[in-house]
Design a protein around this ligand. Structure first.
Ligand code: G3I
Length: 300
């Protein structure tokens, strides 16, 4: 197949990108995105600061712009994200204890009601762990260690039709403390019946010749717990072709790795712009990394 989305679809997977609402007027951007991808994640527009800027006042205009753009082109959409220590609206940042707990529940209910039945998956909780595998000391964590499972139970009730994911970075190396911390939480959730369907590995890599240790083992180990896995925010500094091909192959080798999303279209669209992290250059031309990914998908 000649595009990333169609090539991934040959094995029942998707290939997605992050989309920013303020770039939808750029025709080079929308031409590439509309041609290559079949899954979309809103880069910022469905986050708490965007969707509930004032307490009790939800706004979905930017998120809906992306949702409509994607679904009008037959693409699916992943929701990102409901409970996170970063990009909280100011009013939420200043809460704690039981009032923050209630605010988190209300936020999940409010946003998920709007998108009920419409999204392929939600990143319910984002980046809740420290590098050593302990819990990140955020305002959410200060409400009690059970806040993550409360978020997932709330989310399941709010929209039983969407897949509920835990999403994090630096959980790609199987030998890393953070990977083990997240793995142990997922195992615990599955053993106690806490609703969780998927783990998102953000996959923000630093360019080099090889992948983080045993990356494929990490994917298959999570999958063996009974969850889907997905690469949710892929970028690789210097767009190392061997790493791009390798991460694609690792996903293809694991049956429950359901898809890959890159975190932007052109290098200039990236939060790491200047580090040449994506599959298209600033002019919208396909890079060698693009070809390495497409070839891996087509060989599967
Ligand atoms: O919305 C304001 C705008 O009003 C203001 O004029 C402008 C001036 O700088 O800033 C805008 O906010 C920016 C926001 O993106 C929306 O565009 C922030 O400065 C900027 O810091 C923010 O960056 C985003 C970052 O998350 C924030 O944490 C990046 O675009 C986005 O790519 C990045 O994505 C995260 C994932 O959500 C989670 N995993 C890591 C990943 C990369 O950091």
């Amino acid at each position: 197949a000649g595009t990333l989305g169609a090539a991934a679809a040959q094995s029942g997977r998707y290939f997605g990108t992050a989309i920013a609402a303020n770039r939808l007027g750029d025709s080079t951007y929308t031409t590439i995105a509309g041609r290559e991808f079949n899954m979309v994640t809103a880069e910022n527009e469905m986050k708490p600061e965007a969707t509930q800027p004032n307490r009790g006042q939800f706004t979905f205009s930017a998120g809906d712009q992306i949702y409509n753009w994607a679904t009008q082109r037959g693409m699916k959409v992943r929701g990102h994200t409901l409970a996170w220590h970063a990009q909280q609206p100011g009013w939420m940042q200043s809460l704690g204890g039981s009032s923050l707990r209630q605010a988190m529940i209300d936020h999940i209910n409010g946003v998920m009601a709007h998108y009920k039945g419409k999204l392929a998956a939600w990143d319910v909780v984002n980046e809740a762990f420290n590098e050593d595998g302990s819990r990140r000391q955020s305002n959410l964590q200060s409400t009690g260690n059970d806040w993550i499972e409360v978020a997932f139970r709330t989310a399941r009730n709010a929209d039983p039709s969407t897949k509920l994911c835990y999403n994090d970075y630096n959980i790609e190396n199987w030998s890393y403390g953070k990977t083990q911390g997240v793995y142990n939480m997922i195992r615990d959730f599955k053993s106690r019946g806490v609703p969780i369907d998927c783990v998102g590995l953000q996959t923000h890599f630093t360019g080099g010749s090889s992948l983080p240790g045993n990356f494929q083992t990490t994917l298959s180990s999570f999958a063996a717990l009974g969850v889907d896995v997905a690469l949710t925010e892929v970028d690789v500094t210097n767009s190392s072709t061997s790493q791009y091909a390798g991460l694609t192959q690792a996903c293809l080798n694991v049956a429950r790795c359901i898809g890959i999303t890159v975190w932007g279209v052109r290098d200039s669209d990236s939060w790491r712009a200047g580090e040449s992290p994506l599959l298209f250059d600033n002019g919208g031309n396909k890079k060698a990394a693009y070809t390495s990914v497409l070839n891996a998908l087509n060989a599967a």
